[in-house]
Write a protein of this length. Structure first.
Length: 373
């Protein structure tokens, strides 16, 4: 298992081991989007528990992309002091931390409705059977404004002490909406061909890179296939991954895009009780890893240390990204390093997600968090 605990680099950033805590909304911010003491404790526990790189979840870069009342903001300079406390706590425990930059696009419809606002995406969604909420098309000026907001947010992340940033371009949020031909039906330069549907990603990348410089790691979580026919197919998603790596993104985390009607069978699969159910994005990662010269993170129901070791040894990925097991056992990685290679206690029931949708903070609803060591 030693390969799992060897340091590895993302650009110039050295991560202590191969384990990434995949970004997860925690519902612990205050109503202004500021860091709370509970949030600092949550991340401090993860860092003390042995995770090499922690990615904090869905910090909104612009008010139009906010999806929750208890979501972290990185949309103004007032957030920096609290974020500095968060990064300092993680660094004190020996881990690295990145922030995930986020805009919900049309998925902000539910939250914005509470403010008497209408969400916007690449295209209006009147005839989309998978999206029943009201949504309008972004104007060209709004698209440019949001791209600039991503750049400003990246600068704040660097100022706050984050070791890297990750663009959230998966799970049906705004970049995924632009990439998918299902949700992007624009007839201008922002829609149509793959190149045009990636134009938003390119603008965001250029804004972020200009803000942080060439030596600061920029990562992307990319949805490479939608969960239904007529959406983004893997062939185009694979090509998109190659293109983004070619621009200069320093690492790719491979996941799914739009969900369709099968929300629980995309990135949040349940019933992971055997090796056959684990690593459900493995084939995608394996193929994309062959195409790119930057580190690839594999996420998707990974539970068994032996399988993780096999994936790294085979060159199918460079990092193992997990989240749900760490909700229940934040010290899981430390336990594995000590020689206890039992699978995690997480039963993949998704009760943790249901709690978040009910407005409660992130926790294992099946059983209170437990410690092994």
């Amino acid at each position: 298992m030693r390969v799992l605990f060897k340091p590895v680099k993302i650009g110039e950033l050295e991560v202590p081991n191969r384990f990434v805590r995949s970004a997860t909304y925690d519902g612990c911010a205050d109503r202004q989007g500021r860091v709370t003491a509970a949030q600092v404790c949550l991340f401090e526990d993860l860092a003390a528990g042995g995770t090499g790189l922690i990615v904090s979840g869905i910090a909104y870069v612009h008010e139009s992309g906010r999806i929750s009342a208890f979501q972290n903001s990185i949309a103004d300079d007032g957030c920096i002091d609290g974020l500095q406390q968060l990064t300092a706590a993680v660094h004190a425990k020996g881990a690295k931390i990145a922030v995930q930059l986020f805009h919900a696009g049309r998925e902000a419809a539910g939250f914005l409705k509470t403010r008497n606002q209408i969400a916007a995406g690449p295209s209006a969604a009147e005839d989309d059977p998978y999206f029943k909420k009201k949504c309008r098309s972004l104007t060209r000026d709004e698209i440019e404004e949001i791209a600039v907001a991503f750049g400003a947010a990246a600068a704040r992340a660097k100022a706050a002490g984050f070791d890297a940033v990750q663009l959230h371009a998966a799970h049906a949020y705004l970049p995924a909406q632009f990439l998918s031909p299902w949700s992007n039906r624009r007839q201008d330069k922002w829609g149509g061909s793959l190149e045009n549907r990636l134009r938003f990603h390119r603008n965001v990348y250029e804004q972020m890179r200009a803000a942080v410089g060439h030596d600061y790691p920029l990562m992307v979580k990319l949805g490479v296939s939608d969960g239904f026919q007529g959406g983004l197919g893997f062939d185009e998603g694979r090509r998109a991954a190659q293109i983004l790596a070619g621009w200069g993104f320093d690492a790719l985390e491979i996941s799914s895009g739009l969900r369709g009607s099968k929300y629980r069978e995309t990135e949040f699969k349940t019933g992971i009780s055997s090796l056959a159910r684990e690593a459900y994005f493995r084939d995608w990662c394996r193929q994309i890893k062959q195409d790119v010269d930057v580190p690839v993170m594999m996420v998707g129901g990974l539970r068994s240390p032996g399988l993780m070791e096999e994936i790294i040894d085979n060159g199918e990925a460079d990092f193992i990204a997990i989240s749900r097991p760490l909700i229940r056992e934040p010290d899981l990685i430390r336990s594995w390093k000590s020689g206890d290679f039992q699978p995690p206690a997480c039963i993949s029931c998704n009760k943790c997600l249901e709690a978040l949708y009910q407005g409660r903070a992130l926790h294992c609803a099946a059983q209170k968090r437990q410690s092994r060591v």
